[in-house]
Design a protein around this ligand. Sequence first.
Ligand code: ZN
Length: 65
Amino acid sequence: MANRYRYLRPSRPRACRTKRRFPTQQAAAARLAEIAAAPRTRVIPHRAYPCEWCSGWHLSSKEAA
Ligand SMILES: [Zn+2]
């Protein structure tokens, strides 16, 4: 669905646009491993999840519900 991203863009209900976005799970997982190896912030993300709003992946420091 090539139009999905553009369609959702104008009214994104979350602040996901401020989050770092990864195009694939692999990219997110690679960044996750990097952060785990050299944490630079107090909150360390340890999970990648697919975003339904931007069709990308984000990192989360929260446990899966
Ligand atoms: Zn997103």
